[in-house]
Design a protein around this ligand. Sequence first.
Ligand code: ZN
Length: 490
Amino acid sequence: MRDEMTVPGWARRTAERVAETRGEGPHVVVTGISPSGNIHNLREVLVAEAVANALRERGSEVRFIFHADTIDPLRRIAPGVPREYERYIGHSLSNVPDPEGCHASYADHFLVPFEESLHEMGMDIEVLRSHQLYDGGAYTDVTREAIERAADLRRILEEISGREMPESWSPYQPRAASGSLTGNRVVEHLPDENRVVFVDRDGNEGVADYSKGEGKLGWRVELAARWKALGVTFEPFGKDHTSRGGSTDTADRMSREVFHYPVPGRYEYEWISIKGQGAMSSSKGIVLLPKDLLRIMPPDALRRMMLGRDPARALELDLGEGFPRFVDEYRAEAGEPYVPFLHLVTVAQTAGANTEVAAEMLRRGGYEAAARDPEKLFHDLQYARNWAGEWAPESLRLRVLEPGEAVEAAADLDGEQRAYLTAVAEKFSPDMDGEAVQDMLYSTAVERGLKPKKAFGAVYTVLLGKKSGPKAGPFVAGLPDEIVRERLSV
Ligand SMILES: [Zn+2]
């Protein structure tokens, strides 16, 4: 059973509403995404997961499905994909070759890394590829129904969009011999054989068997048909789908009036933008991939970050300067041993991959509890180091100088500063904690009539090659004893 952290209040309230209209299950929670480019829409999947968990918490049986729209036609090529891929426009994503040759198809090239991240997050989800559902006949009955009721479906589309649909409009898109799903005109339906006769854009006649994935439903119709085909009881939608005249308006009416299937429970979530970049958009190349985010935080922190307090509200992610505060708040909520993230960042960069050195630094800094679990510490250090390397502002990137570099950096110091460092090196002892070192650095400066800024600047210069840095006392106290003595004795 998931705890309070993963079943937030809004998800419980949503599950209650779903249960009011659809009963206590079994429930089918669906989230669907077209793998036509880098998949970044983790918020939708996490909203669905939270509601699925809230339903499970009520004791309902839940099937949680990620419906990957792999049979969808390629509409425009993703950023970075070669221009010659224009010739695949209109072809199913599952039939287009991987632009980099590393996966089975264009669809899988974008889907597989996303799928891996979902598994890395420990998500209890079934990933279904729509081309396989069509191939296996999951859409056969709803497709037949849609073709039979084409006139009603068209009327709904016209009434909601206010636009007249062409006379030749069909809810079904057969695949031509060229591979293209677009521009083919259905001329006859053979319901007993699950086939349509069509004419392609060059005037050639063809036959498509809709029980064998030889075509698909147009996307607005497919949305409603999918609810019935999979028995969906809940699906979240982004604000773009639920706006007036949007795809949910048409799907809701199609579901009730044509497919005679009750509209699933719904949650409308708002978009996520990235500070300094704007709204996430795969066509604009503004994306944050879950796998990159999992390099800097554990799965539950990522859940908390992407959902925010309330996914019905827009959220701006700050992975730079604002990130340490997010991590500190998350850890406090999760009841984890407290080490300020910025301190961990300092430790991680100083100790490198050496967990023992890092644990010793933490103990001396007064963070006993955080040093106790070596495996957790190993991961926490990795997150902190990755963040420092990939997202941190320049001022937080640290590296302790090598002896030769320290001598070079010390050339910038004056006689008073050098004398101060020598005095400090004599007074320093490895049993001092962070506070004691801080006091000693300060009082030594005062004794020698040296301004603290100049004194501390000298310490940062020989240790980090910078004029400023993290709070000096805990930082110096955390460093191995011989490094401190050696670097300060310049
Ligand atoms: Zn690939």
